[in-house]
Ligand binder design. Structure first.
Ligand code: PRX
Length: 652
């Protein structure tokens, strides 16, 4: 297992620790007592958090109903409105003038939304959606760039009790189509385009193409005008946001929904070709998102300026850009574009401009900035930063140290946060005022969360032995299922180890009890912190007429963590095709989205398979990473690896 994890031996010897600065610890939101309180009575602890952090329309009667495990019900009997929690109550509390969102467009345009303004915008959007027939229980697909309307749309859905399905703007028409169909969306919210790398990048044509692929349940498409580019319009189906939302009434009374009401579906890659619609509900999700955001980032809403660089198309954008910061009444930056447009100092310029105090980003971005050189961030005043977060993949100690030294002025605590689309909120992370942080380790389960590292029989492992990360007790923001597929939910997460949630990650504990992640143990790759399934990309490749067979692996990559490397066998009729590898890269980009494009496509004449026909990706990974090929004795034909290497030598 976890054979692809690089630097394990390096991690094993990591013993530098960085205790929180004294003044930081003294004023920290979270103290060590949180662990004790959670340990004494876990459910009482969560009930207390739910009542303290969330405004309930009707209080709950039972904290957890686990009688139909693994289908959990949290805060049973309670009702609440998520949008009310994220906007209205802050206005009611007298904080209407506080900035909710400092929006920074890629071209440099800006927009500031106070909580009072956000409340009006969300109410108008909710009224507009209702006028289009959207009601509680309906599904709405959101396919937008990183503009305030993305957050407004999510909250408008939540306000109405409609379940949103945000589809990352970088996904293709095909990917959008399959998600619209699976969720049976009634409305799609999109934009003419967004700004990406210095130019407008169209989005609406992908919606048109997706809806042209088959008859769908979509009745209306609401289009935000962001770039002003020429956009085809189907008068019977399409509506401009500014014509429908802007004139709508800013008065809308939020209604309470059951704590288990579906809040959103978010599709993520699994080990098979079909993405899974991960379902999250209302009360438990918001509680754990708000709790972790406040305590792990040491949030002081009246003074902090928080910035999460994630796109709303991923879970980080859902939990730590839309829901938790707004539920906690934070002031945050939302940035539309890429870190290097128009120059490589753009992010640091934004930190300086808004005096960002808490930055939450991904190791891949940190490694890219590191590669561009210290002199770029050094040009900006980053002294406002006091907490730095990392998410998406293991952060290597070198990148961690660089982040601390160059971005954090050698003092800001780094919180490396482990969690997943499925967990909904942070699970394993330091507490910045309590934990002596350690470069490369996500460290300990948060208060109220119970995890372990087990062997393949589900038995707890001793320290320093690699095994599987499991969660042993239900948690409030846990996924409630896979949309439309309860059996797959049980099979994927709950059948490997009796009574435990199997996360799909390899991990080990060191002698201090700190957890080190070793990468995925299944056929899921992690490219720039984004989950991609090997099977999904293989399916895309074999859908090309030139490809007879394909195998995809994630190979270690300095910047992106892993990179997609594809091995393909061509049909003989296409064996001589010019430029075929580039054509195949483009084809995958079109089928799934540009992030899934293989970095390399290698043409081979055979693939290594076991006697039962399973492709041995481990061996291909050895080739892709230029390593000596490991044990190949279980191959049906042991000469295959020699053949592949000969092929590649000839080809290079
Ligand atoms: O392998 C782990 C890795 O990302 C996976 C979850 O991916 P996704 O659902 O897309 O969510 C990403 C953002 C939460 C995990 O199974 N992962 C995420 N954070 C970390 C991590 N691996 C190590 N350390 C982390 N901090």
């Amino acid at each position: 297992m976890a054979e692809d994890s690089k630097g394990v031996s390096n991690l094993l010897h990591e013993n530098r620790t960085f205790p929180p600065p004294e003044d930081f610890a003294r004023e920290a939101v979270a103290g060590a007592d949180l662990y004790e309180r959670a340990q004494q009575d876990r459910l009482a602890f969560w009930a207390e958090q739910a009542r303290e952090l969330i405004s309930w329309e009707r209080d709950f009667e039972q904290t957890l109903d686990w009688s139909e495990a693994p289908f959990a019900k949290w805060f049973v009997g309670g009702t609440l409105n998520v949008a009310y929690n994220c906007v209205d109550r802050h206005v009611e509390a007298g904080n209407g003038e506080r900035v909710a969102i400092h929006f920074e467009g890629e071209p440099g345009d800006t927009r500031t939304l106070t909580y009072a303004q956000l409340k009006d915008e969300v109410s108008k959007a909710a009224n507009a959606l209702a006028s289009l027939g959207v009601a509680a229980g309906d599904r709405v697909a959101i396919y937008l760039p990183m503009i305030p309307e993305a957050v407004i749309s999510m909250l408008a859905c939540a306000r109405l009790g409609a379940t949103h399905s945000v589809v990352f703007g970088g996904f293709s028409a095909d990917a959008l189509h399959s998600r619209i169909v699976d969720a049976e969306a009634k409305v799609v919210i999109t934009a003419d385009g967004g700004y990406r790398r210095g130019k407008p990048s169209a989005l609406k044509p992908a919606v048109d193409a997706a809806l042209a692929k088959s008859e769908t349940t979509v009745e209306k498409v609401l289009v935000v005008q962001r770039t002003g580019q020429d956009t085809e319009f189907d008068e019977s189906r399409d509506l401009w946001w500014h014509e429908v939302v802007d004139p709508a009434s800013p008065e809308h009374t939020p209604q309470g929904f059951d704590s288990e009401h579906p809040l959103f579906i978010l599709y993520t890659s699994g080990t098979t070709g079909k993405p899974k619609g991960i379902l999250h509900t209302t009360g438990g999700y918001l509680t754990q998102a708000a709790f972790t955001h406040k305590n792990v980032f040491d949030l002081k809403p009246e003074k902090d300026v928080y910035w999460c660089t994630a796109d709303i198309g991923w879970i980080t954008g859902h939990s730590y850009l839309t829901y938790a910061p707004l539920a906690n009444g934070a002031t945050q930056v939302v940035y539309e574009g890429t870190p290097d447009t128009p120059h490589r100092g753009r992010w640091w310029e934004i930190v300086e401009k808004y005096k960002v105090t808490i930055l939450y980003t991904a190791p891949t971005a940190i490694r890219a900035a590191m590669k561009w050189g210290d002199d770029i961030p050094e040009k900006y005043d980053l002294s406002s930063l006091r907490v730095l977060g990392s998410v998406g993949e293991p952060i290597n100690p070198e990148a961690w140290m660089w982040y601390r030294r160059v971005i954090g002025g050698d003092k800001a605590p780094i919180v490396d946060t482990w969690w997943q689309t499925e967990t909904g909120a942070l699970m394993i992370s330091p507490l910045p005022g309590v934990t002596a942080t350690k470069p490369g380790s996500a460290q300990r389960a948060l208060p109220g969360i119970v995890v372990d590292v087990v062997d393949d029989a589900g038995q707890p492992l001793e320290n320093n032995v690699g095994g599987f990360l499991v969660v042993k007790e239900p948690w409030p923001s846990m996924l409630r299922g896979i949309w439309g597929d309860p059996q797959r939910f049980k099979d994927t997460y709950w059948s490997t180890f009796e009574g435990m949630y199997f996360a799909g990650d390899g991990a080990r504990r060191d002698d201090d009890g700190d957890i080190w992640f070793l990468g995925r143990v299944d056929d899921v790759m992690n490219v720039s912190g984004h989950r991609l399934s090997t099977t999904e990309i293989e399916s895309a490749l074999v859908s090309h007429p030139a490809v007879a067979e394909a195998a995809v692996v994630g190979a270690a990559d300095e910047t992106t963590g892993q990179a997609v490397v594809a091995f393909v066998i061509l049909r003989s009729s296409h064996a001589e095709d010019e430029g075929i590898t580039e054509a195949l890269r483009q084809h995958v980009g079109q089928e799934i989205g540009p992030i899934a494009k293989p970095k390399r496509v290698l043409v081979v004449s055979e693939l290594p398979k076991t006697r039962s026909g399973k492709i041995m990706r481990r061996l291909l990974r050895d080739v892709a990473e230029n390593r000596e090929v490991g044990d190949a004795t279980t191959l049906a034909d042991s000469s295959v690896m020699d053949l592949i290497q000969e092929n590649l030598k000839k080809g290079s």
